[in-house]
Structure formats: C-alpha cells, structure tokens
Write a protein that binds this ligand. Structure first.
Ligand SMILES: C[S@@+](CC[C@H](N)C(=O)[O-])C[C@H]1O[C@@H](n2cnc3c(N)ncnc32)[C@H](O)[C@@H]1O
Length: 220
C-alpha cells in the first residue's frame, strides 16, 4: 500500500527513523524485508513499537550510535522481534542470536532463513562454553534475559566475547532479580556490580516497560 504524508522527523542511528505519519510519530527501521511479527510497514519503513521492544524504548530517549558493520551478540533473542530491527540496522554486520526456549526459537529460525546477518543459536546464555567455538569477538553485546543471575550472565559473556572498547547494553528487570525489595535498590546493586568491571556510560528507566532500566556500558 502506498503511503503519502510520511515525513522524517529525525534519523536516530543507521536505518532508524522517527517518522511523522498523519497525526502521530512512529519509530521505524528502514527495511527491505517483509514484516516479521505483524508490525505495520509504511513503504520501506517497519514500525518499531517501544512497548514491544526495550531497545526501541531506549533509543527513543537515549541515542546510541550503532554502526552498520558491527558484530553483535544478542542474549535472549526470543522469537526475534527486536533482533529483526537490529538486523535492519546492522545491514553490513552480523547478529549471533542466543535463545534457549525451543518455541520462540522456531520463529527466530524463520527470520534467519530470510536474513543472512542473523545466526540463531539454541543455547543457554549462562553456558558460554557451549557456543564459544561458534561466536567470534563482537563490537556490541545486548542482553534481555530477565533472569535472577542476569548480571553474572552478562559479565561472563562480556569477558568471553566483547572486544576492548566494545559497547554493551543490558536490560534489567527489577522483579526478576529480586521481587522482595524496591526496584531502586535492585538497580543500585546492579550498577555497583557492573561498575567493578565496566565503564557505565548511562543508565535510566525504560519509559514503556515498568520496573526496567537499561544500562549502557563500555568494555575498558
Ligand atoms: C523478555 S524475552 C526477550 C525479548 C526479546 N529480547 C525481544 O525484544 O524481542 C526474554 C527471553 O530470554 C530467554 N532467556 C532467558 N534466560 C536465558 C538464558 N539463560 N539463555 C538463553 N535465553 C534465555 C527467554 O527464553 C526469553 O525468550
């Protein structure tokens, strides 16, 4: 369907655009692929809803410069909702997409059949030795696993796979780590733990995801 009245408000990073369509603003990735999960397409732009993707939510409020040639390790890929948009961004790079649940993984395989820059791995992200022979050193590590020991998993993967000066983003879900204390206390403890190993570039709440923060780190 042809769409008239699409205006680019802002280029956020490579292939990520905030558009104005009709009377609303829509975050999108520029894509030559068809929709993956029922998202709308406006010409060559795929809608990227911040309520469905924590990375989209982060990018709307905090910009990071994701380079199209980056190699990425993605932990907690699920069925590939966010991976599909990251694949649009990293159109000269590669994404090693790790997921341990078989059901969403079948949909992730469909994505990888269409997109050559997605390598799906049915693996447990806490057992790096099972994929250390497959994944190379990466420029960017992204984690969204909502596990009690998610910081430990994140740091272990960084140690194995992230290049020096590489960037990493972790999505922290307070209730998954400890539902008995205030989220702010969980966040403080997470930051303290991360600071021992990494330089924290920024952390903040995710506006579209309750009791979550993102943390953007640099491997020093
Ligand atoms: C919140 S969902 C991820 C959503 C996805 N990142 C997106 O934005 O499209 C979390 C996923 O992490 C997976 N997961 C949790 N622990 C994991 C582990 N140790 N190894 C691999 N995957 C894990 C879960 O099976 C689930 O699919």
């Amino acid at each position: 369907m042809a769409h008239t009245g699409i205006n680019v408000i802002e280029k956020i990073t490579h292939n990520v655009y905030l558009l104005n369509i009709g009377d609303r603003n829509v975050l999108t990735t520029k894509s030559r692929y068809s929709p993956h999960y029922g998202e709308r397409k406006f010409g060559e732009y795929r809608e990227w809803m911040p309520s469905r993707s924590k990375l989209a939510s982060m990018l709307l409020n905090y910009r990071i410069d994701i380079k199209p040639e980056w190699k990425c390790l993605y932990l907690g890929a699920a069925s590939g909702t966010t991976v599909s948009h990251l694949s649009d961004i990293l159109d000269r790079g590669v994404i090693y997409a790790v997921e341990y649940a078989a059901k969403p993984f079948t949909k992730l395989i469909e994505l990888a059949e269409e997109r050559k820059n997605v390598i799906p791995l049915l693996k447990d992200a806490s057992k790096v030795e099972y994929y250390s022979g497959i994944v190379e050193k990466v420029d960017f590590l992204y984690q969204d696993v909502s596990q009690r020991n998610q910081v430990e998993i994140f740091l272990k993967n960084i140690e194995f796979f992230l290049k020096r000066k590489g960037e990493a983003v972790v999505m922290v879900k307070a209730r998954s780590i400890d539902s008995t204390v205030e989220p702010e206390k969980v966040y403080r403890d997470v930051i303290k733990q991360l600071e021992k190993e990494l330089k924290i570039l920024k952390y903040d709440v995710l506006k579209h995801h309750r009791d979550h923060i993102f943390v953007h780190c640099l491997n020093i």
